[in-house]
Ligand binder design. Structure first.
Ligand code: NAD
Ligand code: PRE
Length: 372
């Protein structure tokens, strides 16, 4: 990067899940002389410094942003405009704003109304996250392999574009340039509708719980997987859905049509059509790239069938631990009394998976690799 384009000071405004994760990843990369954080909440600033998500933090906006080459806005969508207005007086010429907001069209329009010509705004949206709000959930690997959408103006300077592309590269993410309008239509379907569907599912089961108090007790993996995102922050999601109203209403109509279709097949008892629909959905879902796991790095998995007897878990973890095989994730599946259960293990490296296969089979365990 030439001196003119240097990123000597980057400031992150909003040190929550996304701001904290950005800071952790950028700090780990070690390329930025000054990585500074600001948040309305003092505890978040203190935590960010303690976790080394920033080099230093402050509750003074002026100190935070003066001399910054890039200001990353990681606040809820509804806070972006006011935050930008309060920062503007302290910025040096040539500073670039880069946001992470989940919607783009309304933000970009607002920015073109309020920003002077010498301050650039490049819209961004990392397609990775979690339902955990706040810096405690921040992870340095959150954006690895994730798509990072940017929505620059057609006339944006190559120098400014280069700055945000450099940051995306440091995060290990994959940049994708889109128009704000197309981005918002796409995320209405792949991100915002799933959140509303999860909310509606949770509410439906909540109501069922009034009639059958034990029903929520029976909720297993299927319910948990399809509703995880409903645990997200209410204010963040309120801002997101309100800033993508029209696209989302269209998506809700499309979703309702799908539900009506299934309902019609059910009423008619049309097994053939239902099977066709389920098969086509299975195929469509399998067509979604698997190397990308919502921002998590590639992992290598295996499944172990285990008899229902004490000590199985410690046998597995103990024998892998003794061979210094590092387990990244462990999940106990389908364990019912007097039945075989299964354990899923995940590793960060293919070499760990290979070693684990040998060790566990030597212990007489039935180990398999999951199908795609
Ligand atoms: N959570 C996700 O999965 C996800 C993924 C991609 C993008 N985003 C977007 O990232 C942004 C941040 O989301 P998050 O999940 O990190 O939320 P979060 O609640 O974890 O963090 C937001 C942080 O911003 C701070 N904040 C709020 N208003 C502020 C203001 N006016 N000035 C300074 N700090 C302020 C809060 O104190 C908090 O620390 C949102 O715009 C969201 O749409 C979220
Ligand atoms: O929770 C996750 O795994 C996410 O990826 C969060 C998620 C999404 O589901 O689309 C939610 C909102 C964001 O704007 C981007 C990502």
């Amino acid at each position: 990067m030439s001196k003119m384009n240097a990123l000597n000071k980057i400031t992150i405004i909003g040190l929550g899940l996304i701001g904290g994760s950005l800071g952790l990843a950028l700090n780990k990369k070690g390329q930025i002389p000054a990585l500074v954080g600001y948040d309305l909440n003092l505890t978040s600033v203190q935590q960010a410094v303690a976790m080394r998500a920033v080099h230093w933090g402050t509750m003074s906006l002026k100190l935070a942003v003066e001399d910054a080459d890039l200001v990353i806005l990681a606040v809820p969508v509804g806070q972006i405009k006011n935050t930008v207005l309060s920062i503007l007086p302290f910025l040096k010429d040539g500073c670039v704003f880069f946001d992470v907001g989940s919607t783009k069209e309304s933000i970009i329009k607002e920015m073109s109304r309020i920003l002077p010509a010498h301050i650039a705004f490049i819209g961004g949206h990392p397609m990775a996250g979690s339902e955990k709000a706040g810096i405690s959930g921040a992870k340095d690997y959150l954006f690895e392999n994730a798509i990072y959408v940017i929505t620059p103006k057609a006339e944006e300077s190559p120098e400014n574009l280069h700055k945000v592309l450099q940051v995306i590269e440091w995060l290990g993410a994959k940049p994708k340039i889109m128009s704000p309008e197309v981005h918002d239509q796409a995320v209405a379907g792949v991100s915002h509708l799933p959140y509303l569907a999860a909310v509606s599912l949770v509410q439906t089961v909540g109501e069922l719980g009034h009639k059958i108090p034990d029903a929520p007790l029976l909720a297993a993996g299927g319910f948990r997987d399809t509703t995880r995102i409903a645990g997200g922050d209410a204010v963040m999601w309120r801002d997101i859905v309100l800033s993508n109203q029209e696209n989302l209403i269209e998506m809700i109509d499309a979703f309702q049509k799908q539900l009506d279709q299934v309902k019609e097949y059910l009423i008619k008892g049309d097994g053939e059509r239902l099977e066709e629909l389920f098969l086509s959905s299975k195929n469509l879902r399998e067509g979604i790239p698997v190397s990308y796991r919502g921002g998590l790095p590639q992992i290598y998995e295996l499944l172990i069938s285990i008899p229902d007897q004490p000590g199985m878990l410690s046998l597995i973890t103990g024998s892998l631990g003794a061979a210094e095989v590092n387990i990244a994730e462990i999940e106990v599946l389908r364990v019912r009394e007097n039945h075989e259960g299964a354990i899923r293990l995940a590793f960060q490296h293919q070499s760990d998976l290979d070693k684990a296969l040998i060790i566990l089979r030597e212990k007489g365990l039935s180990v398999s690799l999951p199908t795609a």
